[in-house]
Write a protein that binds this ligand. Structure first.
Ligand code: GLU
Length: 337
């Protein structure tokens, strides 16, 4: 489909290009090698089965907007997507319902409180506030179209698979482990419902949310998914349009302010890229117009972000000039006046 049909208008986009494929490949390998010896942080254990992962795993992948692929280390190792699913489900919800409706129902501002906070809901009159925290993510999942929760789950899975360019499967062990221990998320679902802020039956919606978090991906998949958001909504590997360019812009704006839990401000300040992390150790960062970088390594900092992934992505943001806030004068200063 002609992008103008979906976006309505051709608009200016952020600029810049990556160096050639070989240089990018060299830098991806270097970023992986440099941070392999980093062993700080701890593996998540609040979802029981996550504690059993091999903490030494470390994968890095970069997918360019023109489809160039770069993998290093354990880039093809599978893990559950967890919170990173929130950004892609949010994109699907905006595609389905539009910018304004989703903004009204879910919100776009920071709560300033942990991702699974119940207090944030109470403090805001039952409004979920932000799609990257659990309350907002559960309200967003409820917006998936479908007559039954099975249909909504299928639509969601198909949508995330289109982002990845392959059919994503459920990690049944992670799903069962989280479904047994997600009382808090179920409480959040019911609280939202009590405020009239959740469409559908709360336990069913939370079940779909738990499934979306248990979808099995690799760092390579996450980079393809992110690169689709970097490429105006067209998957650079399959060439299929997944969402509109406007949806990518809206999604990345929200992710930029809240993607790394309580460290989101610090991340944007230091690295300058919208990125989303999850408790299983994945992080995907998106450089609009250029591509996406994804890391996977299970040891997390105190806020729940993969330590090695942050270091390796930060390394690439600097070496490839990805920071969205960085610029240089267009002309030498001496020629100006
Ligand atoms: N499934 C997890 C939860 O809802 C996601 C946590 C995360 O990755 O932040 O608690």
């Amino acid at each position: 489909m002609d992008p103008a049909v979906l976006t309505g208008i051709t608009q200016s986009v952020s600029t810049g290009t990556l160096p050639g494929w070989e240089r990018v490949d060299e830098l991806v390998r270097e970023a992986h090698r440099r941070h392999t010896d980093e062993r700080s942080g701890t593996v998540a254990d609040y979802i029981p089965v996550l504690a059993e992962v091999d903490p030494e795993l470390f994968g890095l992948a970069l997918i360019e907007s023109d489809g160039g692929l770069h993998d290093a280390g354990d880039a093809l190792h599978s893990f559950s997507i967890q919170s990173i699913s929130k950004m892609f489900v949010y994109a699907l919800a905006i595609q389905e319902h539009g910018h304004e409706r989703v903004r009204e129902i879910v919100g776009v501002n920071n709560t300033g409180l942990p991702f699974n906070s119940v207090m944030a809901i109470e403090l805001n009159g039952g409004h979920p506030m932000n799609p990257m925290v659990n309350a907002g993510a559960i309200a967003t999942t409820a917006l998936m179209p479908g007559a039954t929760s099975v249909e909504r789950w299928e639509r969601l899975r198909d949508g995330l698979s289109a982002f990845a360019g392959r059919s994503l499967g459920l990690d049944g062990v992670v799903y069962a482990s989280e479904a047994e221990s997600n009382d808090r998320n179920r409480a959040i679902g019911r609280l939202l419902r009590s405020y009239g802020r959740l469409e559908g039956e709360p336990d069913e919606v939370v079940d779909v949310y738990t499934r979306q978090c248990a979808l099995s991906v690799t760092a390579h998949d996450l980079a393809v998914m992110g690169a689709t958001l970097a490429d105006g909504g067209v998957n650079p590997v399959t060439g299929a349009r997944v969402v509109s360019a406007d949806v990518c812009r809206d999604t990345l704006a929200v992710v930029a302010s809240t993607g790394l839990y309580e460290r989101s401000g610090e991340w944007l300040f230091e690295i300058g890229l919208p990125a989303k992390s999850g408790v299983s150790g994945g992080i995907v960062a998106v450089a609009p117009g250029k591509g996406a970088v994804a890391g996977f390594s299970p040891r997390l900092d105190h806020a729940g972000n993969s330590v090695r992934s942050q270091l390796a992505i930060g390394h690439l943001s600097r070496s490839l000039g990805l920071n969205l806030f960085a610029s240089a004068p267009a002309a030498p200063e001496t020629t100006r006046s």
